[in-house]
Design a protein around this ligand. Structure first.
Ligand SMILES: Nc1nc2c(ncn2[C@@H]2O[C@H](COP(=O)(O)OP(=O)(O)OP(=O)(O)O)[C@@H](O)[C@H]2O)c(=O)[nH]1
Ligand SMILES: [Mg+2]
Length: 470
């Protein structure tokens, strides 16, 4: 059963050199040829409306001419048009692209004409959904197209490109085949116990699941965790004792007032977060409650949150005051953050002389030091530069090409727990008809990743992230 023919403006809104109208579906060629008048009689071009598949031009050629409203013969635009015959197209359906002049009015009039001629307006992501439904791409590749369109850094671009090439899918299909082969062996042994030549070895099957399914899935889940900075940004946390200027620093780095600043120590009691771009990197910056010993219940909770956030951060900015010697409390903070990458920020340098040299304990000396005045916006450029360098040093040089997203990770987790139940079940001589249930569940979870048996709601959710025309 073929799907209705759909159409959309495929180029972004606004004025530009050209704008493209895309038409996909069984009627794309007849619609395209009914509204196009070539300038010259082309040998290959046929605008007759006989439905023997000969309408339109030669596949994947560009034709030059006019778009004409057939009901009143008005010319709408001078265009280039291409007819692309199934299956060598984005959607695997017949596709027509009209390369018109850009501009909202002209494109809307052309779109209206295409709709009057029999196409329906496409929903967001519907062209890509067709590519998926027609088997040209799997779900991981469709998701990678969204990532590609949204990529903010070259690293996330590489990641999406590898997923479009199908690397994640290949890996999942491989694991799935291992489980399917074991399933086939078990079902044969259950149904025809006397006819099975070489029965499945429980120990071998356990080992095979361990090496070829469980270990690779574990690696995938680790990759998800390791790449969280690409999705959520690198985490930088500002810490220090009370009143040293942490929130002031947050505000100058973010270039807006995110966090309240007062002269009262203990102003910040909760985690304050903001996203920003720094040296082309996507950053999640957090301001925290000043770390110190306190009996204030609210402040205590804030300090616990700060400590948890330090653990989860990629880089810590440890702020101290230039005009005050390092305190006992700050030695204690150093011990808390000593195992993380951090930069020592000596703030309030406006309160000391210009020849000031921070007096830093000998065992802190390996740490990069930046002097700033958050109040007068001094030293901030240098802080950004050193922060950028420190983050770059922590980035993987050759990032893993296959990185699952959250949906994949959740499916991998459930595939893992069912496959693990099967593997241990083999060792513990659990009856096979019970193991088959877990084995099927594990296969079903892998199927979800590539879209073999995916819930329509999940499909809607994925394709709704696209823009119209993709
Ligand atoms: N002179 C000077 N004062 C500063 C500087 N940075 C911050 N301050 C002042 O120091 C006081 C505390 O600043 P905050 O940014 O609230 O400090 P904080 O570390 O977030 O404080 P808590 O949230 O209470 O822990 C405010 O009065 C700021 O104006 C600076 O570079 N120079
Ligand atoms: Mg504060």
């Amino acid at each position: 059963m073929s799907l209705p023919t759909i159409t959309a403006i495929a180029t972004p809104p606004g004025s530009g050199g050209i704008g493209i109208i895309k038409i996909s579906g069984p009627d794309a060629f007849s619609i395209g040829s009914s509204i196009f008048r070539p300038f010259k009689a082309h040998r290959h071009f046929s605008d007759n409306t006989i439905s023997n598949g000969s309408q339109g031009g030669k596949s994947h050629f560009l034709y030059y001419g006019h778009i004409v409203n057939p009901s009143n013969h008005t010319v709408l635009d001078e265009v280039l048009i291409t007819f692309m015959r199934t299956p060598h197209t984005y959607t695997r359906e017949d596709v027509v692209e009209i390369h018109a002049h850009s501009g909202p009015y002209i494109l809307r009039s052309l779109l209206e004409l295409v709709v009057q001629s029999g196409a329906r307006l496409a929903e967001p992501g519907e062209f890509t959904r067709r590519a998926f439904l027609n088997g040209r791409i799997d779900l991981t590749q469709a998701e990678a197209i969204v990532d590609l369109l949204n990529a903010e850094s070259s690293l996330s671009l590489d990641m999406a490109a590898s997923q479009i090439a199908g690397d994640l899918q290949i890996e999942v299909v491989r694991m799935r085949k291992v489980l399917l082969d074991i399933l086939a062996g078990m079902e044969a042994a259950i149904d025809f116990p006397d006819d099975v030549g070489t029965p499945l070895e429980q120990r071998d099957s356990h080992d095979l699941i361990q090496t070829d399914v469980l270990n690779p899935i574990k690696k995938m889940i680790e990759r998800y965790q390791a790449s969280s900075f690409l999705r959520d940004g690198l985490r930088i946390t500002i810490v220090g004792g009370p009143n040293v200027g942490k929130s002031s620093l947050m505000n100058v780095l973010a270039n807006r007032d995110c966090s309240i600043v007062t002269s009262v120590p203990g102003t910040t009691r909760d985690l304050i977060e903001t996203h920003l771009m720094l040296n082309n990197m996507h950053i999640l910056l957090s301001d925290t409650a000043g770390l110190h010993d306190t009996s204030d219940v609210v402040e205590k909770i804030g300090i616990e949150k700060a400590q948890a956030r330090i653990e989860a951060s990629d880089l810590v900015l440890f702020v101290i005051e230039a005009d005050v010697p390092i305190t006992e409390n700050e030695h204690h903070i150093f011990d808390i953050i000593g195992h993380k990458a951090f930069i020592l920020v000596v703030n309030k340098t406006d309160l000391v002389s210009s020849s000031f040299k921070p007096d830093i304990p000998a065992h802190w000396k390996t740490v990069p030091v930046v002097t700033t005045s958050a109040l007068y916006n001094r030293g901030i450029e240098q802080l950004i530069e050193i922060t950028g360098k420190s983050l770059m040093a922590r980035m993987p040089e050759t990032p893993d090409p296959i990185v699952p997203n959250l949906r994949h990770k959740l499916a991998f987790e459930s595939a893992y727990s069912s496959a693990q139940a099967v593997a241990t079940g083999f060792l513990n001589e659990i009856p096979w008809d019970l193991l088959v249930i877990d084995l099927k569940a594990s296969i079903a979870s892998l199927d979800e990743i590539i879209g073999e048996a995916v819930n329509p709601d999940v499909l809607d959710q994925i394709f709704s992230q696209f823009c119209i025309g993709k």
